[in-house]
Design a protein around this ligand. Structure first.
Ligand code: TK8
Length: 364
């Protein structure tokens, strides 16, 4: 059975205004100097291309649930996915989108896919390493120096093989999208070096390498589901957390976190997953349609995420968040301190995979 998670912090959601609404209000009022106008940079949802795909005469309902809010790049991607699938199936596949973990957090959604009570989800790879150990490579600090290298790995042989390998255990993995580069936020102090982290309670994803990273840096990490994070920060159960700028803003973490440091320590992908039970009911033509739509969603979502990244960092500053941008020397201190994490995990993840990813960076 799918668990419907109710939200403890509903007020936060009531305050959430879509970027589109902000833009429309700003336009109507002619407030060109407002930072809200920066939202005009949001790449519009593209037109659907490609012909209508013949199915088998049956109608299908597809529920697609994600952990992030309605104002995330991830949800924009879902809206595009819905548009593609509904138009190209001529309405025979109806897509219902859910955000903010309405039908469960990342791990609950994956279980629901396996049970056949939810059709699609797109979790971060990190909480899934207990099922797919090779995903741990995405948790290694500073392995992906640029988003273009992440694209080369995910869209190339390595990433495509990983999708095949993750198409088991009741799941069919059909694409990649981007969560992005992670930044540290906290409620206590401006962090410029690992020594500032001493004893700081940092929420991590449910992932052993992330725990290792923050322990190695001297912090006091606690793994927790993303769905519980806002409340935990608000109530001081943890002092800090780490996520991309767009997630920090779309989840309103800046309302309960005064400080941020641009660490870019890990690049996290989202993996697009389908319930195998649902997949097996679909005619091949619709399976192919979902693959194409997942690819287009992933490309568009990355574009949104990258367009908004710096813009949102500026907006967070304007909203009063104290953001520390590290010098190359300061970054190097973090990198040097984290070198032992590679020694701990290299053999478990597979040194060969790590070397192949490094080779992609050097070929750039
Ligand atoms: C959203 C999560 C989130 C992740 C986390 O479902 O847990 O911090 O970064 O984006 O996947």
């Amino acid at each position: 059975m799918t668990t419907i998670t109710s939200f403890p912090h509903t007020t936060r959601h009531r305050r959430t205004r879509s970027r589109l609404t902000t833009l429309m209000v700003a336009t109507v009022l002619g407030l060109t100097s407002l930072s809200a106008v920066a939202a005009t940079e949001m790449p519009p949802i593209p037109e659907v291309t490609g012909d209508v795909v013949e199915g088998d005469g049956n109608d299908y309902n597809l529920k697609f649930n994600i952990g992030l809010t309605q104002s995330s790049a991830q949800y924009r991607g879902l809206e595009y996915f819905k548009k593609i699938v509904e138009q190209r199936s001529d309405g025979h596949i109806q897509v219902q989108t859910f955000h903010s973990a309405q039908l469960g957090d990342d791990l609950q959604s994956v279980s629901a896919l396996q049970a056949g009570t939810l059709e699609m989800t797109a979790p971060s790879t990190s909480p899934m390493v207990s099922m797919f150990p090779q995903f741990a490579v995405f948790d290694l600090p500073f392995l992906f120096p640029t988003p273009e290298i992440a694209d080369k790995v995910l869209d190339g042989d390595i990433g495509q093989q990983m999708l095949k390998d993750a198409s088991t255990k009741g799941l069919v993995a059909i694409g990649w999208a981007e969560n992005g580069y992670r930044q540290l936020t906290n409620s206590k102090l401006a962090v410029t070096s690992p020594s500032d982290l001493d004893g700081l309670k940092v929420r991590t994803m449910q992932n052993p390498i992330h725990l290792d990273i923050w322990r190695t840096l001297g912090a006091n990490p606690t793994p927790m589901s993303f769905a519980e994070l806002f409340t935990a920060l608000e109530q001081g159960v943890v002092d800090g957390q780490e996520n991309p700028w767009i997630t920090i803003e779309s989840s309103k973490f800046n309302e309960v976190q005064q400080y941020a440091t641009e660490t870019n320590h890990v690049y996290t992908p989202f993996i697009t997953l389908v319930s195998e039970r649902f997949w097996n009911r679909l005619p091949e033509s619709y399976q192919q349609l979902l693959r194409e739509a997942a690819k287009q969603m992933g490309d568009y979502e990355r574009q949104v995420s990258r367009t908004l990244n710096d813009q949102i960092k500026q907006e967070l500053k304007e909203q009063g968040m104290q953001i520390t941008e590290l010098t190359p020397e300061q970054i190097a201190t973090f990198q040097e301190d984290l070198a032992p994490v590679y020694d701990d995990w290299r053999d478990k993840i597979g040194g060969d995979l790590i070397d192949r990813i490094r080779a992609e960076s050097q070929a750039q």
